[in-house]
Design a protein around this ligand. Structure first.
Ligand SMILES: Cc1cc2nc3c(=O)[nH]c(=O)nc-3n(C[C@H](O)[C@H](O)[C@H](O)COP(=O)(O)OP(=O)(O)OC[C@H]3O[C@@H](n4cnc5c(N)ncnc54)[C@H](O)[C@@H]3O)c2cc1C
Length: 470
């Protein structure tokens, strides 16, 4: 029987484990954390299943991914209306944008700026001068006002880079409406990315986003997969006649014999873990690739609801968080009565002071930020919890493409290992993309236990077309 070792039990690793086990392959999953789900996990906080920051399943999910999740969750996969707000120039604008709300609430200076930018766009343009960056592409497409008041401060906060230090890839992959015209068109009825029927909705599991991974985990184990939690991969041996994966668990080293390694852990770790020689330029390229981290601050409040909104977005640099989500408003659950929770997303680097602040210190920052936004906390804070994500976003600084290409090319030459998923391919992809990649990787495994590399390369070209949904 073919044996595959899957590294990481986030959506990508678990979906791969399930599909492999169902097709009769022997599967062992190695996961560093004590729980499954990776960045798409949830945990119980005062009786509410809270997520690792705002998580929704997007209607843009490919049919085979949605079908799999629907089969696993059944009635628990809810269809919910999106109901958020953006704090823009001291005003609240509904998100997703609504024409009437925009007209009534937009700051006049913002409206005038967008109008002037639109008029300028009607004049002949001489295009982008110099090297293309995130900043130049967005400014050309969206105009100065939307960039300076929304996208640029938001980008600085979320990725910790100046907009002109961010690769153009970020603009192509992340900003779903790339011009003012497209943005306005999106406001028209029936123009949602998934068509009229999916405009302004999302899917959400009744018991928290992590229910997707819990269900994938349970189904994979039922289909025969073994999942080791609290197990840290320490070495990948591909060179000898027998491939092996070594991992540390409870202070001991364990060795697994395997035919293939399906890796969904950060690709930047592979140069240290695999026993193949690493050329100097690949080492240098890997060192140049980094991740943005994130501190998640959870407040349990002594009130039934904080607001009616699922998420509040804060592009402004005067707020220490990018987004605040109220989990109870994502699901249709009213329990526990009299209590609600907020999750503040605070992007940072590992060496920033914010990364090591205590729970009470972080709660003070969140509380002060909310008061600044005109949303002071009025109810008692019953509890504070903090989660720290080291690998939240791969950093797309200018020139990262060349560094990643060198590392990716080295990984591609490794016989016996496929790297995929959000961390494995160094992308900002959504959960549905991660599951899609896992399904593709499983289809590329042949009866004799080898990988159909031509088919895999074809799949990689499809992955490149993924557009990240927010
Ligand atoms: C703040 C935030 C909000 C998001 N919102 C959404 C959203 O609304 N909708 C959406 O679809 N997506 C969203 N995402 C993206 C989503 O979380 C990811 O697409 C998804 O988690 C990727 O799954 P993955 O399995 O590829 O990677 P991960 O979930 O990162 O899983 C990788 C796993 O590998 C494990 N690992 C790492 N190193 C080792 C090691 N040495 N040994 C063993 N195990 C290891 C990790 O512990 C982790 O469990 C969001 C992400 C963030 C950060």
């Amino acid at each position: 029987m073919t044996e595959v070792t899957v590294l990481g039990a986030g959506p990508a690793g678990l979906a791969a484990a399930l599909e492999l086990a169902e097709s009769g392959v022997g599967v062992t999953v190695i996961e560093r954390q004590q729980q499954v789900g990776g960045n798409a996990t949830s945990f119980d906080f005062g009786g509410i299943n809270v997520d690792y920051g705002s998580h929704r399943l997007h209607p843009a999910s490919p049919p085979q991914v949605l079908e799999r999740i629907r089969k696993l969750l059944g009635e628990d996969l809810l269809t919910r209306p999106r109901h958020g707000r953006i704090r823009l120039m001291g005003r609240w604008i509904h998100f997703p944008l609504r024409p009437v709300d925009l007209l009534l609430r937009m700051h006049p200076r913002f409206a005038a700026g967008v109008g002037i930018d639109l008029a300028r766009k009607a004049l002949p343009s001489s295009g982008i001068h110099g090297t293309e960056t995130f900043a130049s592409i967005l400014e050309k497409g969206l105009g100065k006002t939307i960039c300076s008041e929304f996208y640029f401060p938001y980008a600085r906060k979320i990725w910790g880079l100046a907009p002109d230090q961010i690769s153009p890839i970020q603009a192509y992959k992340r900003v779903s409406a790339g011009s003012i015209g497209k943005m306005l068109k999106r406001l028209l009825p029936g123009s949602g990315s998934g068509g009229a029927s999916t405009k302004g909705i999302f899917y959400y599991p009744r018991h928290g986003f992590g229910q997707i991974c819990t269900a994938l985990h349970e189904a994979a184990v039922n289909a025969g997969a073994t999942v080791h939690l609290g197990a840290n991969v320490s070495e990948i041996r591909l060179a000898g006649p027998d491939r092996q994966v070594l991992y540390e668990q409870n202070g001991s080293t364990h060795t697994l014999a395997t035919n293939q390694v399906y890796s969904t852990i950060p690709v930047t770790l592979l140069t240290q873990l695999v026993d193949a020689p690493v050329p100097a330029e690949v080492v240098t390229a890997t060192e140049a690739l980094g991740f943005r981290s994130m501190v998640l601050v959870y407040l349990l409040l002594d009130q039934d609801r904080f607001t009616e909104y699922d998420a509040h977005y804060f592009p402004g640099e005067e707020f220490p968080f990018t987004r605040i989500s109220e989990t109870k408003n994502y699901s249709d659950r009213s329990e526990p009565a009299g209590r609600t929770s907020l999750c503040a997303e605070m992007p940072c680097f590992l060496n920033d002071a914010i990364w090591s602040l205590s729970g009470p210190e972080l709660a003070d920052h969140v509380s002060a930020g909310l008061a600044r936004a005109g949303l002071p906390l009025t109810a008692k804070i019953l509890d504070v919890q903090v989660r720290r994500i080291a690998h939240a976003y791969p950093l797309f600084s200018t020139g990262y493409e060349q560094h990643f290409a060198l590392l990716d090319n080295w990984v591609d030459q490794l016989d016996g290992l496929l790297s995929f998923g959000r961390q494995g391919l160094y992308v900002h992809d959504n959960t549905h993309h991660a599951i899609f990649m896992a399904q593709a990787a499983v289809h590329c495994l042949q009866q004799d236990g080898t990988i159909d590399t031509a088919a895999w390369h074809e799949q990689r070209r499809i992955f490149e077309k993924h557009v990240v949904e927010d």
